[in-house]
Design a protein around this ligand. Structure first.
Ligand SMILES: [Zn+2]
Length: 356
């Protein structure tokens, strides 16, 4: 019923020629609490005094989207981009951030980023980005590019484990998890990720291999569908204007490893990009990127490595005063079809002062 109402509302808005206003209203106006901590109990509309920067984060575009790793079918990805491009102007991350700091960002700016550097970014997303004329920044986990024989990251191995395990019950910290339905598997995966956080992140790959053995999967099965980009593909995309940032070497959660390991992961990924592309990378993306996945000490390491900004996955938009080492992003897509995605995006822009 709610979906039908939304469909009708969006159709009416487009028919009346209000789409441009509707989809970009959040860039001019904001909903904010009347007093701090009021939340949704008492809100008011306020005109924004300066533009906001909205950065989208995607991972994968491919023909067989994986419920454990997300992803978007190429046709839908293209339709989403074409719809957004009618109302927003896409910028490269570096250019947008620099315009934001100088107070010169246009009100309809949008940035698209990809994390991890999956091969399908080249195979499917890249041709579409070129044909629609949308720039993007890809955050590379550099280990797999330097060592393609080991291109499967720990979280790929984990997603594959909960996707491929035979239906059975699994014990974890005294609790039993069923692996019958997709929901059961996603619940068990979430619990296992929480369980891993109790241990140093460098031990996670061996723990996951152990789990695979326990669930009847070969610890070192070749896992298809998680292949990463090659440097050759990176160079081809760079020649067409795609930009690249760093995302560590092996994708550890930086607050779950020793400071020396975290520093090395950050520095080595900076160096790998500098060497391969011949210029200093300016942007870094924290693996996983939620509030608990980076802290002041990690931010200091990122700054010392030479990056001038860093993105998280904390949901929201960015202002001139937003910490440039904790830029917020919005998951893309945030709606199932192009209109819903644009409407939801507009809604998130409008109310991020309340929800953040
Ligand atoms: Zn990542």
């Amino acid at each position: 019923m709610k979906t039908l109402f939304l469909k009708i509302l969006l159709a009416v808005i487009e028919t009346m020629g209000l789409a441009s206003w509707f989809y970009t209203v959040g860039q001019r106006w904001m909903i904010e609490p009347r007093r701090p901590h009021d939340g949704w109990n008492a809100v008011r509309f306020r005109k924004r005094s300066s533009p906001i920067l909205t950065i989208l984060v995607a991972h994968r575009v491919n023909e067989a989207p994986d419920p454990f790793r997300g992803g978007l079918a190429p046709k839908l990805f293209q339709a989403q981009l074409e719809h957004l491009a009618r109302f927003y102007r896409f910028y490269d991350l570096q250019e947008a951030v620099s315009l934001l700091w100088r107070g010169a960002l246009p009100r309809n700016a949008l940035v698209l980023t990809f994390d991890d550097g999956y091969r399908d970014n080249f195979d499917y997303a890249f041709p579409i980005l070129c044909s629609v004329g949308v720039p993007a920044t890809i955050f590379l986990t550099t280990g797999p590019l330097d060592d393609p024989e080991h291109s499967i990251l720990w979280h790929d191995m984990l997603f594959d484990t909960f996707r491929s395990a035979p239906p059975q019950a699994m014990e974890l910290d005294g609790r039993w998890f069923d692996l019958a339905s997709l929901t059961d598997r996603q619940r068990a995966l979430f619990a296992y990720r929480q369980h891993l956080r109790r241990f140093d992140a460098t031990t996670w790959p061996s723990r996951i291999r152990e789990l695979r053995k326990r669930l009847g999967l070969s610890p070192d099965d070749i896992i298809h569908g998680y292949e990463k980009l090659t440097w050759d593909q990176v160079h081809k995309m760079a020649a067409q204007g795609i930009t690249f940032g760093a995302h560590t070497v092996t994708h550890p959660i930086l607050t779950c490893c020793a400071p020396s390991t975290a520093r090395q992961e950050i520095r080595a990924s900076h160096e790998a990009l500098r060497k391969a592309l011949g210029e200093e990378p300016i942007a870094f993306a924290y693996p996983n990127g939620s509030r608990k996945d980076f802290n002041d000490s990690v931010i200091a390491m990122v700054r010392q490595a030479g990056f001038t900004c860093a993105v998280s996955t904390i949901a929201g938009t960015n202002h001139q005063t937003t910490d440039r080492y904790a830029l917020r992003r919005i998951q893309f897509p945030c709606g199932t079809n192009p209109r819903q995605n644009s409407a939801r995006l507009a809604w998130l822009m409008l109310n991020d002062a309340v929800s953040s």
